[in-house]
Design a protein around this ligand. Sequence first.
Ligand code: DC
Length: 225
Amino acid sequence: MKINIAIDGPSASGKSTIAKALAKRLNYTHIDTGSMYRACAYLALKHELKPDDIELVDLVNKSDFGFNESGHILLNGKDIDAKIRSKHVDLLTSTIAQNQAIRSTLVDMQQQLANSKGFILDGRDIGSVVLKDAELKVFQTASIESRAKRRLAEYQTKGIDVNYQTIYDEIKLRDLQDRSREHSPLIQTKDAKVLDTSDLTIEQSVDRVYTWAMELIKERRDTND
Ligand code: DC
């Protein structure tokens, strides 16, 4: 018996890392919905369009979004994962994610991709909009300090020169944009379990969600027996 798992939370809280590891352990499919919003920012940059241009909505509607076996986003069949993880794309994506027409197109695509059980989706509106009936909803968070430290380490491994304060300020700004936007703001739904990863390792975080998932699967199996 399989369930669906929704993982929401602020930027750089490690949702995709946890979701990916969990999907491997449960043999589920992981969809990083943030990468779909990032792909829209990539389209805007490539075609020199503004976040609220109607042409951008048309372009998103006409584009094909998919994922390869490594979980990388495919835009019209091309792996663009390496191109959507820059600081520049981070902020533009947060603005594009405020566009309701783009959100509704992406939500439809996400619901079509995850149209059965055995999916783990991570994002901001999964438990509240995309998979409202997910059996397990997780609200993953961490202090801004620990998120900024993790992001700094990530940039340093990639050889990107940036300082802690800049990253801290950008995370704070993205949090504000994601939580205060008009359409589908980041919220913690009442039925979500909170996972604060500030003082947890990746393994400890994955273990915790895995335990929650297994408890639910067992409960459902027992009621079906
Ligand atoms: O998870 P991420 O940092 O890759 O997300 C990039 C941006 O996309 C972020 O500003 C929030 C937005 N987003 C969203 O609004 N809804 C989602 N389901 C996923 C991401």
